[in-house]
Design a protein around this ligand. Structure first.
Ligand code: ADQ
Length: 497
């Protein structure tokens, strides 16, 4: 598994103690269960101040600490190179390019060079790890070039690239200065996955428009320089059954925040990212309170927002704009004993997040654009008593599956305000019927289905390749790396090259 963010980092505190930190990331939440189930190696960039002393000489360790289910391979990079690759090309270039959130992407040649270099390092690490029948799972827009680099060095490895964010339409993608190289890199994969069929269609259209390739819309495949890539929708999801907190734990949290039982609580759980529509959400709450004086003192929105990518100016601006917007609403409508919006700008543990879901009467998930959005599904999965309302942006991939949510255009504050009000006033019967429909959807499309479908398709590709090109015997050291729970199709000499 190649995925930039490490699932566990070791941080040294000021008092000298070392703690294990978990990142608040949808990608990590989504893919960790797969590694825990299947084992294997997660290759990631080291970020913790005590990461080195908590790994072996080669940067490896078994995680999670208690159960040691899979290997984490940490890689260290020159900080400037990493910054250009991560903050620069990935997060100031590809992130705004793919999310149509009207933030101008920045493209710098030095960032692109860093992106190429770091993709190369990850590809080399992946090739070192790959057993001869290996399946390589590459995660996200940080690694578009990795599949082709792996194919070049280990042609028999079967590779999946999963793109966790939207794929824009071909015109929008067309402004990316290195679009052909990016597409060529991705088409080294055997299977490219997106959350929705629309992103798949946008990708097929982009390939057709910018490369000399053959696109088969019926098979959803692209043939380029003699290699076929399947393009598939795999909507990511959450664990089911979900380890929800109980309503009693929710009530305890409510009491600790001093919120009376008869106050309607909505919750928001987001990285503080401009694509999540946080400023727009606060504006909609403000409008609703302006138009519905009766709700003053009877409604509270609790917003968890974890600071993210704070090296980038847009993110610093967002954090201060959000604090300002919340202060404005609280000043305008708050009273001595009541603030309508409680903003907690920090990362919480998954257990704390789940207590917030259990405390809430409704959830507000209103991104301007989002590949999927796992918070929507986490909230639905958390409502194990079948009660709760979800206000959801139509521009989140999750809206394609959670059709019984109150769907809104987050750019339209009046529509969003009306939906929040509707969630507050909705009769219990309707709320439960809508929630049941959403729970049925998540229950039958969990994270296990997501990973099972990807693995199924990769194995089918591998089996097909073996029919066409029979397995060759392995020599020497490579035999000891043979992976017994997968069958063979990988040439050791090529892997070593
Ligand atoms: P993200 O943009 O990170 O993921 P999302 O899918 O909403 O977004 O997941 C966020 C995760 O972080 C959730 O598990 C949530 O509980 C957690 N989280 C958010 N804020 C937190 C906080 N303050 N404290 C603690 N935990 C917090 C990317 C894409 C998404 C896609 C996922 C998975 O942008 O569209 O759904 O990958 O593919």
């Amino acid at each position: 598994m190649v995925a930039n963010r490490e699932p566990y980092s070791h941080q040294r505190l000021e008092d000298g103690r070392i703690v294990v930190a978990r990142p608040p990331s949808g990608l990590v939440t989504g893919i960790e269960p797969l590694l825990r189930e299947c084992g294997g190696t997660w290759i990631a960039a080291a970020t913790g101040s005590a990461d080195r002393e908590c790994s072996d000489r080669d940067g490896r360790l078994r995680v999670p600490t208690e159960t040691r289910e899979y290997t984490l391979q940490r890689l260290w990079f020159d900080p400037e190179l990493y910054e250009r690759y991560y903050s620069g090309l990935s997060n100031e270039g590809l992130w705004p390019l793919c999310h149509t959130a009207h933030i101008r992407p920045s493209f710098r040649a030095a960032d692109w060079a860093a992106y190429q270099s770091i993709n190369d390092s990850f590809a080399r690490a992946a090739v070192r790890e790959t057993t001869r029948n290996g399946l390589v799972l590459v995660q996200d827009y940080h690694f578009a070039l990795v599949p082709r680099l792996i194919r070049h060095r280990a042609p028999h490895a079967v590779t999946n690239l999963f793109w966790h964010i939207p794929w824009p339409n071909a015109e929008v993608f067309g402004i990316f200065p290195w679009k052909n190289e990016l597409l060529e890199g991705m088409l080294g994969a055997d299977v490219v996955g997106f959350h929705t069929r629309q992103y798949c269609l946008n990708f097929l259209d982009s390939a057709q428009r910018y490369l000399e390739c053959r696109v088969d819309l019926e098979k959803m495949s692209i043939s380029f320089r003699g290699h076929q890539t399947l393009v598939r929708a795999y909507p990511i999801s959450v664990e089911w059954p979900y380890p929800s907190a109980s309503r009693a734990q929710g009530r305890e949290l409510r009491q600790s925040l001093g919120i009376p039982d008869d106050v309607h609580v909505s919750v928001g759980v987001d990285r503080a990212d401009y694509t999540k529509g946080l400023i727009e959400r606060v504006a909609a709450i403000e409008l609703m309170l302006e138009q519905n004086a009766a709700l003053r003192g009877r409604y509270v929105h609790v917003q968890l927002a974890s600071p993210t990518r704070m090296h980038i100016r847009k993110y610093q601006e967002l954090a201060s704009d959000l604090e300002e917007a919340v202060a404005r609403v609280n000043e305008r409508f708050g009273t001595a004993g009541w603030a309508p919006v409680l903003l907690h700008m920090r990362a919480f543990s998954p257990e704390e997040v789940r207590k917030h879901y259990a405390m809430a009467d409704s959830a507000l998930v209103t991104p301007l654009h989002d590949g999927m959005n796992l918070v929507a599904k986490e909230y639905v999965a958390s409502c194990s008593d079948g009660d709760g309302a979800l206000v959801l942006s139509t521009f989140a991939g999750a809206a394609k599956e959670l059709e019984s949510a109150l769907l809104v255009n987050p750019y339209d504050s009046q529509e969003t305000a009306a939906a929040i009000l509707r969630a507050i006033r909705m009769p219990r019967q309707e709320r439960c019927a809508r929630m049941q429909a959403m729970r049925d959807q998540v229950a039958t499309h969990s994270i296990h289905d997501w990973s099972a479908k990807i693995l199924h398709d990769l194995r089918a590709v591998r089996d097909q390749a073996r029919r066409v090109r029979p397995v060759q015997p392995l020599a020497g050291a490579a035999v000891s790396r043979f992976d017994t729970h997968e069958s063979a199709s990988f040439l050791a000499e090529e892997a070593a090259s």
